[in-house]
Design a protein around this ligand. Sequence first.
Ligand SMILES: Cc1cc2nc3c(=O)[nH]c(=O)nc-3n(C[C@H](O)[C@H](O)[C@H](O)COP(=O)(O)OP(=O)(O)OC[C@H]3O[C@@H](n4cnc5c(N)ncnc54)[C@H](O)[C@@H]3O)c2cc1C
Length: 451
Amino acid sequence: MTVAIALFTQDLRLRDNPVLHAAAAGGREVVPLFVLDTDLAATGFATPNRQAFLVDCLRDLDASLRAIGGHLVLRHGRCAEQTARLAEQLGAESVHVAAGVTAFAGRREAQLRERLGERLTIHQQSLTVAAPGAVTPAGKDHYAVFTPYFRAWQRLTARTVRPAPKALRTPTGLTGEPIPTGRPDSPALPPGGESQARRRWRAWSPDRYEELHDDLAADGTSRLSPYLHFGCLSPTELLQLALRRGGPGAEAFVRQLAWRDFHHQVLAARPSAARRNYRDRGDHWWHSEPEAQAWREGRTGYPIVDAGLRQLAAEGWMHNRARLLTASFLTKTLYQDWRIGARHFLRLLVDGDVANNQLNWQWVAGTGTDTRPNRVLNPLVQADRFDPQGSYVRRWVPELAGIQGRAVHRPWLLPTHPAGYPTPLIDPDHLSHRLRAGRGLLRPTPPDPIR
Ligand SMILES: Cc1cc2nc3c(=O)[nH]c(=O)nc-3n(C[C@H](O)[C@H](O)[C@H](O)COP(=O)(O)OP(=O)(O)OC[C@H]3O[C@@H](n4cnc5c(N)ncnc54)[C@H](O)[C@@H]3O)c2cc1C
């Protein structure tokens, strides 16, 4: 009996998994392998929140594999080394893995190729709906602007959704290491795994998505991002489920899936954008560690900003509108380097993703793909528009929980300043005056530039 290895990475699911599907084709014995990669651990990317979520995903994957006759084989070490060793030991004729978009995934694929040669198959369209590079503008290797990308993306024909294997045979006697435990930093982290992802999709409806997606208090977005990041759900299947549902809500949701693909194709073409400005605009960021730390702790004195950062600390997740306005506050109001914020998000976000995080941060900072790089989000206007009753702030900032209505957004106007809540880092009059005067960045000439 021939053996194939399905090397799981960011595709921790049975349904619509091209890697598992290809490995299981032809009735071969399959080794569902996951390597706890010491090279990844060395990068600092495997933070406690994502590690705890990953542990849930692996347990769920193992349980689902056992239900069809197989089991997960876990190894600890360098991914290519461990995979090649197992392939030799079992005389595996093929190894399947999903294509990634980061520089790290590129190196891993090169190392796998070096050791496995022709036995390795790298599957596109596993992490994204469209493979990076599937659509490109004439003469370029990727789209740098979302709208034309979205038009081209909509014209693509999505691949067919693959069923989960009904039965699987893993070579007898093959054991792995036990699945480790994980302890998250955030007390209200969502549970991981394919079963949870499907439960979430069934419990949520995109029907009111268009109307509610920017309403901070309504919390009406899908919250599927961690499941998409770890591949507990296939974006292709999700697209098809949404298209089948139809209507303006589902269409708006599909557009967000396209944003995800967009950022992945930018990063695949420019892996350096994870660290370097995608478009350098000569920013000389202002550096103040006390201000950066106040921002991280959700103690800027701007309630809407602080609410977002505290949601992040508590849940390991933040509403998209809050991500936008907290990021804009750091980069455009405090005029601090986007990498400071991106690093903090990546430490805590359970959906923390190099493509989506770094490129969204660059979009907000004006160094990325936004066609209006001078856009500044006024935190007070954002608060009035997207949290008109102040409920989101009261939910996350206990010092302000007793203040009724939208007055909660301007505690400095109250007769007594709420006990324990900080005064604003930036004088609100100064902020409003500068924004009304149409000045983009509040601090264009920092005294202590970092270059
Ligand atoms: C500064 C900043 C940092 C971000 N960091 C991340 C990150 O690390 N990981 C991450 O997955 N998303 C990130 N996003 C994008 C977005 O905020 C989240 O994907 C979204 O809030 C997740 O919630 P949801 O699943 O309820 O989204 P929904 O609104 O239900 O959208 C459905 C899916 O579409 C995708 N999506 C939605 N918005 C975007 C977007 N702007 N860019 C790319 N994909 C999107 C996500 O996969 C999401 O799960 C960031 C946005 C900003 C502004």
